[in-house]
Design a protein around this ligand. Structure first.
Ligand code: HEM
Length: 495
């Protein structure tokens, strides 16, 4: 058949694309015009649910190349020798806004990577920040509600954000990063990426180390100031999408260097903080960055919906030699992402091109909505069987290990790891320049001045206490710019 002919979805060529079938030239329209029906019916089903978080995003394909040998830590085939490479897909995003929201909103940025490796697809679903607001997955839905909209007014609310943060002081570290100019990066090319959580690597000798992943931008860090970000949100809400597309289409391929930090199980026992607490970093002096490889993004997918909107990343997409850790947040995420994918894209989302493992996939899952065309053809759908030659390979056995404790409890968040202030204090006093500090304080004030309602003073005072406890100067400057007089109790509490 001539491939240029207009057809219905069943392939039948047709002519009447623009005029409905009517009784007489002025109507009415006939129910038998199934061409009209098909077009209208498909149109109203064009949307799938947007991601509950990270709804606005941009994606690109690229290549990851191993430049340094880390095979002493991991048995992953990808890292078995220098020069190995694999295709990859990256999706960057804002977090709280809807699919049409502005790219320059003050928000962490999602930094989700999919590596198509011979051991299977490995996803590193991180952010542009090394830490997170909370450290227990149970708090995530409540936290995210505060970043979304007020039930009654459907407006965003500084009151609920600061109420939650002030009541959950483990958020302080991430709040200081968010309120600095790193909360408004200049597009997606000029920011670092972090796996954030502690992961594990297991080598050929079955030895385990704890690992954090870092991706450092080769384009250099560049941020918008608060004023610039607001202006850009009005002028071009799709700034980051346009910036990424233009750079790649012009052959200016963005690159990042991957590093890992490694902590042995022995070091973990003596670490000052809980090594599995995602509100904490590991200082580079103690756990130096080890270079691993380079990621380059070089192709904007030919269709945004097919490849970017339908992409599904999950921290549970792990491969031999790279695994999870006891981090409570990470453990919650292992469940939540595949759950979201089954709801948002469907039970067979892993069969779509962007999500599919390009190497062999052999299992006994069958059928379901939108199973791909072959559906494993006539192969057996049960295990064990006497017909196929598929074997579970013992080389891929899970790592087995002893637990520190067999005591089960919902541990109170305040009993364990409640030093929420040392690292934020160091971030403020040691890592930030005086300009960074000034912008941070102005950005905090800009946001906190929108706190309103009956609990305004209570929320502001509670949050000021956290700032004081991290750094007295930080607390004083924010308080003075908010015109809050300092209560002696607040200072005492801060000591
Ligand atoms: C997206 C849950 C914490 C990074 C999502 C989605 C869910 C989710 C349900 C949407 C998935 C989809 O529809 O495809 C959670 C839960 C968390 C958590 C329950 C805490 C327990 C985090 C943390 C990070 C992170 C700590 C970063 C370190 C991301 C990214 C995406 C995402 C980058 C977007 C992935 C994409 O581009 O498709 N999260 N999240 N999340 N999350 Fe989380």
């Amino acid at each position: 058949m001539d491939s240029k002919k207009l057809t219905l979805s069943n392939g039948t060529p047709y002519f009447e694309h623009q005029d409905s079938q009517t009784v007489g030239p002025r109507g009415p329209v006939l129910l038998q015009d199934f061409i009209l029906q098909e077009n209208l019916a498909h149109f109203v089903r064009e949307r799938i649910p947007e991601r509950i978080v990270h709804a606005k995003g941009s994606g690109a394909y690229g290549k990851f190349t191993v430049t340094h040998d880390i095979s002493q830590y991991t048995s992953a085939k990808l890292f078995s020798q220098i020069g190995n490479s694999c295709k990859m897909f990256a999706r960057f995003s804002t977090v709280g806004g809807e699919k049409g929201s502005a790219d320059t909103a003050r928000d962490p940025r999602g930094f989700a990577l999919k590596f198509y490796t011979e051991d299977g697809n490995w996803d590193l679903v991180g952010n542009n920040t090394p830490v997170f607001f909370i450290k227990d997955a149970k708090k995530f839905p409540d936290f995210i509600h505060t970043q979304k909209r007020v039930p009654k007014t459907n407006l965003k609310s500084a009151t609920m954000m600061w109420d939650f943060w002030s009541l959950n002081p483990e958020s302080l570290h991430q709040v200081l990063i968010l309120m600095s100019d790193r909360g408004t990066p200049y597009g997606y090319r000029h920011m670092h990426g972090f796996g954030s959580h502690t992961f594990s690597m297991i080598n050929e000798k079955n030895e385990r180390v704890w690992v954090k992943f870092h991706l450092k931008t080769k384009q250099g860090i560049k941020n918008f100031t608060h004023a610039e970000a607001i202006k850009m949100a009005g002028e071009n809400p799709d700034f980051a999408q346009e910036d990424l597309c233009n750079a790649i289409e012009n052959g200016d391929f963005p690159k990042w260097t991957m590093y890992i930090q490694v902590m042995t199980e022995e070091q973990a026992k003596d670490f000052r903080w809980n090594p599995f607490d995602v509100t904490k970093v590991w200082f580079h002096e103690d756990f130096p960055l080890i270079e691993v490889g380079e990621m380059e993004l070089n192709e904007i997918p030919v269709n945004y919906f097919a490849h970017v909107e339908q992409s599904t990343f999950s921290p549970s997409n792990l491969i031999k030699g790279i695994s999870f850790s006891p981090d409570k947040m990470l453990q919650g995420r292992l469940f939540s992402y595949p759950d979201a994918h089954r709801y948002r894209v469907g039970v067979n989302s892993h069969q779509l091109e962007v999500n599919r493992c390009p190497f062999a996939v052999n299992n006994y899952q069958r059928d379901g909505f939108m199973a791909d065309a072959s559906n494993y053809q006539d192969k057996p759908n049960y295990f064990p069987n006497s017909f196929d030659t598929i074997i579970p390979d013992p080389a891929y056995k899970n790592y087995s290990y002893e637990l520190d404790s067999a005591h089960v409890e919902n541990f109170n968040r305040n009993e364990n790891d409640d030093d929420h202030y040392t690292q934020p204090g160091l971030l403020y006093s040691k890592s930030m320049s005086s300009e960074d500090r000034e912008n941070l304080i102005n950005n905090i004030v800009e946001s906190m001045k929108n706190i309103d309602g009956a609990k305004k003073s209570e929320i502001i005072n509670r949050q000021l206490c956290h700032f004081f406890r991290a750094n007295i100067e930080l607390g004083m400057k924010v308080a003075s710019k908010l015109h809050v007089s300092i209560d002696i109790n607040m200072m005492n509490h801060a000591k």
